[in-house]
Design a protein around this ligand. Sequence first.
Ligand SMILES: O=C(O)CCC(=O)C(=O)O
Length: 239
Amino acid sequence: MPTNLQKLENDGYYITEPICDTALIGELKNLLSNLQADDNDAVRKKNGDIFGVRNVLSISPVLWPMIKGSPIFKMAQELLGDNARIVRSIYFDKTINSNWKVPIHQDNSIAVTQKHEVEGFAPWSVKAGVPHTQPPEKILDKMVTFRVHLDKATEDNGALRVISGSHKHGKMKQDDIVKFRNQSEIDLCEVDEGAIMVMRPLLLHESSAGQSPSRRRVLHLELSADRLPTPLEWHENYS
Ligand SMILES: O=C(O)CCC(=O)C(=O)O
């Protein structure tokens, strides 16, 4: 049986058992579902509906203390060592009323405090008022994303689908991604409430709109153990 670490290296992801108890999940649901995101932090669909909130650790001062003492951050330290830090946090909320799908893609961007021209970091953009850039592959390769599931994710409510092993191909061009998608097997990632899907940012992933009334809430945390080359700094930095 491959270990979780071997699965992460080979497949680009693994899914844990429920490791967050119902009390923690209840607190996270309560906090995140009632967040007052200003226009800047809201992640919107083209029609203006909100389906997520960026920078949730920065927005809600009580969130980090809840995570720091939890099995979520313990697992982050086991995986990345003592320098593990959360460098970007997003809350996704998929419901039948605020439904959305995401085409196949890789997560190439990181959020930083300020734009500085540094070799290997390009292009630049701004999301929710925060400078974002694409770092060199060697930084993305060592990052992990924790998708903490506040509801059970199933095929019916829009669980993530991934192409196992695709992270090993590095940053891919859009045309290659589409070709790759058409010739690959897709893994549906059903995840229990309280469980975490751990994935590499370069793993190809997509999700469909939900077909059932059940809600699918995910706290998405990107983690790194690396410092960025000076003068760049992570926009969020919780350790
Ligand atoms: O949660 C989802 O369904 C998709 C999220 C996503 O694509 C991402 O985090 O890059």
